[in-house]
Write a protein that binds this ligand. Structure first.
Ligand code: AMP
Ligand code: MG
Length: 403
């Protein structure tokens, strides 16, 4: 059986090799968080646009501002002031952070290292050439590419776009991801379930996961465990870039998702992965749409979406697949798990002395969303280990929405 790393690799290869032109749209910079750039972002002018002081202090010629020297203060430059006068020899100018240093000044001495008496300024330390001035064009030259097409826009990239005046950005259209839950026992979350029915939580959590991954969820509701209803609703889902199904992929008599997909001509790239929860996860392609059949137990659905669907949505959005948010932590207690499968267990990681420590949480298995709601990560127990000792270094996969 495939390891989860192998299965992820298959997803990445299959989706990456599916080269379809991607539609683009203009997005206001205010609304573009998480979107993927479909253009280059270039500097519109030199950055900084002038020799910029990074301190409040005095602009000087460093050679004349040695420790103990006194210079006459010839004026003041505030941030935003137009500066035309060069620095006269033997003088200094009071300058504020963000103001343009005058021609001839090669350093700014922090005000804390000076003493002012009327018009004269005494320097307590040697000024060093270049200090506290960022030269015009040293961060970027006009026309320089600052962000490549395909870059995902985080708050830093959006700040950069604003800096260069790019208030409307060409972005890749979000991939549309159909979400279809299945099961005769499932009712919509706004309905009252009968005594042996349950509410559809997967459509809600999957929709949130799709959004978090940068996709546009298209919620199709729930299909009954019949060939007819599944076929009709799967056909609707296949109009989108990807279709994510929950439930109906296990060995039960009414687990019909694979049968229906096969009948519709789907090609399967895997239909089991050596993980728990989530072993019966299915990945394939049907027509032009990628299909994920995720097991219906809510925590299985969540884990398998994170492992396999997120990299596909990244690629469909025109961005490189994000790595899993894995980090290393010290295990707080010994534990035993079934070998041969990689386990993803609800856990809490903390940094008590600045070092990551992880504690597995009690849970009732993959239906137990309440336990996962107390977790901030999944403890990853490797498939080749059945016991782990207290104090061992282990991997944890952070919940993407909490970091
Ligand atoms: P299945 O994968 O169809 O065998 O379902 C596994 C378990 O997940 C069963 O206990 C289902 O009742 C439950 N389940 C299936 N779909 C959903 C859903 N949309 N929301 C919450 N639980 C579900
Ligand atoms: Mg079912």
């Amino acid at each position: 059986m495939l390891s989860y790393e192998q299965a992820r690799q298959i997803v990445i290869e299959k989706v990456a090799s599916h080269n379809r032109p991607r539609a683009t749209q203009g997005v206001p910079v205010w609304d573009a968080l998480g979107r993927v750039l479909a253009q280059e972002l270039r500097a519109d002018r030199q950055y900084p646009p002038f020799d910029r002081s990074t301190r409040d202090g005095y602009a000087v010629q460093s050679a004349g501002a040695r420790a103990g020297a006194t210079l006459r203060c010839a004026g003041e430059i505030k941030a935003g002031d137009t500066v035309t006068q060069p620095l006269a020899a033997g003088t200094c100018v009071q300058i504020m952070t963000g103001a343009a240093a005058p021609a001839g000044a090669d350093a700014v001495v922090m005000i804390e290292h000076t003493q002012r008496d009327g018009d004269s300024v005494r320097f307590e330390r040697d000024a060093a050439a270049g200090q506290n001035i960022v030269r015009r064009g040293s961060e970027a030259t006009a026309g320089q590419t600052l962000l490549a097409s395909g870059t995902r826009l985080g708050y830093v990239e959006l700040g950069l776009a604003a800096q260069v005046g790019a208030i409307d950005l060409a972005c890749v259209r979000k991939p549309r991801v159909a979400i279809l839950s299945t099961g005769d026992e499932v009712v919509l979350a706004d309905q009252t379930p009968g005594p042996f029915q349950i509410r559809n939580s997967n459509s809600v959590s999957l929709s949130a996961q799709v959004r978090l991954a940068g996709g546009e969820p298209v919620v199709l509701g729930n299909a009954a465990d019949t060939m007819e209803d599944l076929r009709a609703k799967i056909l609707l889902g296949l109009r989108e870039d990807a279709l994510v199904l929950s439930g109906g992929v296990s060995m039960g008599k009414y687990d019909l998702v694979e049968t229906v997909l096969k009948e519709l001509g789907a090609e399967f790239f895997f239909d089991a992965v050596a993980i728990r929860p989530g072993k019966p996860a299915v990945f394939g392609k049907c027509g032009e749409s990628f299909v994920f059949g995720l097991p219906g137990n809510p925590v299985s659905t969540m884990v398998t979406f994170e492992l396999f669907a997120v990299p596909a949505i990244d690629l469909l959005a025109g961005a490189p697949p994000r790595p899993l948010a894995l980090l290393e932590a010290t295990l707080s207690e010994a534990m035993t798990e079934k070998p041969g499968l990689t386990h993803f267990l609800p856990a809490r990681v903390d940094w008590p002395q600045g070092k990551a420590e992880v504690r597995p949480l009690r849970w009732q298995g993959s239906g137990d969303i309440a336990a996962l709601a107390q977790a901030n990560c999944f403890l990853v127990v490797p498939s080749d280990r059945d016991t782990l000792a207290r104090g061992e270094a282990v991997a944890v996969m952070m919940r993407r929405d909490l970091i």
